[in-house]
Design a protein. Structure first.
Length: 115
């Protein structure tokens, strides 16, 4: 079972930036499409961005221009760069495969944006 550990969240002011990281265990990472998701309290988890095994990326329409996903297969990591943060970006961010593996959800990393 793949274990995923997210990090890099924190408290930032609106307009600031954060770089989230996700470290994955196992030898199958480079053969797995990955994604970042987020879930606000009381809301469904939503797809933020995804990246294929060849590095092709896709970002949710309403987040394009501020969110960038990248992967480092040598380090078994996937990153999410978030620029021009807005208060509505406040929530917990998770990484997982795409489509997600139900048994691999980690603890996530909290992003809080102050206005």
């Amino acid at each position: 079972q793949v274990q995923l550990v997210e990090s890099g969240g924190g408290l930032v002011q609106a307009g600031g930036s954060l770089r989230l990281s996700c470290s994955a265990s196992g030898s199958m990472f480079s053969f797995t499409a990955m994604a970042w998701y987020r879930q606000a309290p009381g809301k469904l988890r939503e797809l933020v961005a995804r990246i294929s095994i060849t590095g092709v990326t896709s970002v949710a329409n309403d987040l394009r221009g501020r969110f960038t996903i990248a992967r480092d297969n040598a380090e078994n990591t996937v990153h999410l760069q978030i620029n021009s943060l807005k208060p509505e970006d406040t929530t917990v961010y998770y990484c997982n495969a795409y489509p997600p593996n139900t048994n691999s959800w980690g603890q996530g990393t909290q992003v809080t944006v102050s206005s």
